[in-house]
Design a protein around this ligand. Sequence first.
Ligand code: TXA
Ligand code: MG
Length: 309
Amino acid sequence: MMISPEKALSLLQEGHVVVVPTETVYGLAADGYTHEAVEKIYTLKKRPSNNPLIFHYASQEHVQEDVVWTPMAQALAASFWPGPLTMVLERKKSSRLSPRACGHGLTSAAVRVPSHSIFQEMLRQYPHPLAAPSANPSGKLSPTTVHHVHTFWPEIPVVDGAPCTYGVESTIIDARGSVPIVLRPGAISVEAIEALLQQHVQSHGTVSVAEAPGMLHAHYQTSKPMRLNASYVLPHEGLLAFGTPLEGTSWVAQLSSSSCLQEAAKRLFSALHELDIMPCSSIAVMPIPHSGLGRALNDRLQRSACEKI
Ligand code: TXA
Ligand code: MG
């Protein structure tokens, strides 16, 4: 069911969940200060309760009310907010963020200021931050169009915001210390973050990489087995193509015919949704370079190709 942003705000205020558009993927939003509202997200998604949520704010000033700000956070926010960068910071003692949405026992919170114009406007009008994970049942493909959202949740109200610009989730960085730690590669490339640090922050070495608690290995599941870095394709297989498609099958979903990583990221989840409903029995994926957004793409594909655990 499509609803207006105004209607969505009144539903959120009454403690309901709604699906909202963001520049990365669609999110399943609830009031970030209200325990019962946040609880509904976990129930609907069947999300493990120790997997914390991201809180979305209209501005940096509002973020600073809930978390302990650092020089690293300042440098990253100045360059990448509003936009698809999430920072993990210590929660302030005075913070009203629902501990239910922060995993069990975590003293940190993941925060971001999104750039999607409709969602931004909603956040400006709403008095609290909105907790929102990607709007898919736990372990499934993230939705980047209203159509994907409807296939998962026909009954949940959705604010239409057109297909998502980036198509992969935000990059998550632990910004508590003087060296940023990438917890999830995403829409902002690690190279862009490294370039910023060289410019603005002195002697902080390189970015290091760890893993966010919710980064389950089997995630972004399609209903079909997947084979990565394919150099050939069989007739019964669907092909996820990047550049000139391999010959051998009639079931092809193209990420980017010009091998553009940005276009490929935007198309990734749609292309996987398409292959999932084509009459092919499995999916072969052409190689994608590991640089720039390719890192986020390969991360999502590897998790997608993982056996269900
Ligand atoms: O682009 C995005 O980030 C989208 C849109 C809706 O904003 N949201 C999203 O949320 O991808 P979700 O729930 O699908 O992924 C959030 C990730 C999880 O892996 C979770 O474990 C991690 O963020 N996370 C949340 N709070 C954290 C914390 N305090 N410390 C470390 N990781 C955290
Ligand atoms: Mg997700």
